[in-house]
Design a protein around this ligand. Structure first.
Ligand SMILES: Cc1ncc(COP(=O)(O)O)c(C=O)c1O
Length: 392
């Protein structure tokens, strides 16, 4: 082991501790749900998970995972083209294409992988990528890997800047507009109708990462694209299975047959990394079915979000507006956000604080996330804690 490296890293870690931005992993002793048992803390209300529909421990989702494990074992033990694909991969991909309004879908072991697969594979040496400044880190890294002819980072949701970027691109260039559907730190939605219109006008391709939209937005939970009535109009949708759709892990690209086929042939995370475990393929498939069979879950999530935002305002907070299930409360400095989340945890409520570099300096926040599984008594318990810890 290199002593020098360890000393250098140790100093870096000390600096994080001094700045009070060092992150601690909290250990859960029960399944993800509205309440969890946390080691050393006992039972806490969860307002920080992406378990939007409460399906992470849903009995049918868990049962489907167990059956998948029993029937297919732990995994493919290799990459799909080398060692085979299980039936549930095909079934899940059909279901994902169906909810996305696309011809086909292809799964990956995470949405991070799906983004790093899709964007570089769709970039050629003429490509201009236009990307929202607040896009998720996985999109930012995917674009870094792509090495396009040109990259235009447009200010958050600034459609004039997007139009200017498209206008300045050479006519023959391939143009990719890359955006989150729901922005994960702000909770606001991409202006998809305008983006799709601009894409049509300039012959561009639209790529939407809807990780925080699927299961949350639209009457049937199909996401931001359904919310705006644009099913079938967006070229490429990427998403995660690690949030509303069962909460395990896994991601996908939903697009045309040609895009998915090309990704199966070419994308490096598909060619050089194992398939999604069949446990997850089966549990995620059941989660999608439950979402479609029980649209009341999406409705309850929406209602919980509306109610809790009002409760926060009445308790003296100023949450950001929005239609998704993310409710950010800006507090300013990173250490303050971490301290507020710590005080909330002391009061039995689990909400994470986010600061620089995840969000811009001076805009640190606690991010409340709603779930359909939260009952009125959980919301009441949570808001009492928020009242008790409210900074002056
Ligand atoms: C918008 C967005 N895209 C991608 C990801 C990564 O998803 P996964 O956990 O499946 O890699 C996340 C997770 O935080 C996300 O919020």
């Amino acid at each position: 082991m290199s002593v020098t490296l360890n000393e250098q890293l140790g100093a870096e870690l000390d600096a994080l501790r001094e700045a009070r931005t060092y992150k601690h992993f909290l250990t859960l002793e029960s399944p993800q749900g509205p309440l969890v048992r946390m080691a050393g803390r006992g039972e806490v209300v969860v307002l920080s998970s992406n378990n939007y529909l409460g399906l992470a421990a849903h009995p049918e989702v868990v049962r489907a995972g167990i059956e998948g494990l029993e029937r297919y074992g732990a995994g493919t033990a290799s990459v799909r083209f080398i060692c085979g694909t299980f039936e549930p991969h095909h079934e899940l991909e059909r279901a994902l294409a169906d909810i996305s309004g696309t011809e086909a879908a292809l799964t990956y072991v995470s949405c991070w992988n799906a983004n790093e697969a899709a964007i570089p594979s769709l970039t050629d040496d003429t490509t201009v990528i236009l990307t929202d400044a607040l896009n998720h880190a996985s999109l930012i890294d995917a674009i870094r890997l792509s090495r396009p002819a040109k990259k235009v980072i447009y200010p958050h949701s600034d459609m004039t800047a997007l139009r200017d970027g498209l206008d300045a691109a050479p006519r023959e260039a391939r143009k990719l507009i890359v955006t989150d559907g729901v922005f994960s730190m702000e909770g606001d939605l991409a202006k998809l109708p305008e983006i799709v219109e601009l894409a049509r006008a300039f012959g561009a391709v639209v790529i939407v990462d809807d990780s925080h939209g699927v299961g949350v937005l639209g009457e049937t939970g199909r996401g931001t694209v359904e919310h705006f009535g644009l099913l079938g109009e967006v070229d490429v949708i990427t998403g995660t299975l690690g949030k509303a759709l069962g909460g395990a892990a896994g991601g996908y690209v939903a697009a045309s047959e040609e895009v998915c086929d090309l990704l199966a042939q070419r994308s490096r995370p598909q060619l050089f990394s194992n398939a999604l475990p069949p446990t997850v393929a089966c549990s995620a498939l059941r989660a999608i079915e439950v979402m479609l069979e029980q649209p009341e879950l999406v409705a309850r999530l929406r209602e919980n979000t509306r109610v809790f935002r009002t409760m926060l305002r009445e308790a003296g907070y100023a949450p950001l507006d929005g239609e998704a299930a993310i409710i950010p409360i800006i507090v300013g400095e990173t250490a303050e956000a971490i301290a507020l989340s710590q005080r909330l945890l002391d009061e039995g409520v689990f909400v994470t604080g986010f600061g620089f570099p995840v969000v811009p300096e001076g805009t640190a926040r606690v991010r409340v996330q709603m779930s359909a599984a939260l009952e009125p008594e959980h919301l009441a318990r949570a808001i009492e804690a928020f009242r008790r810890v409210r900074p002056e």
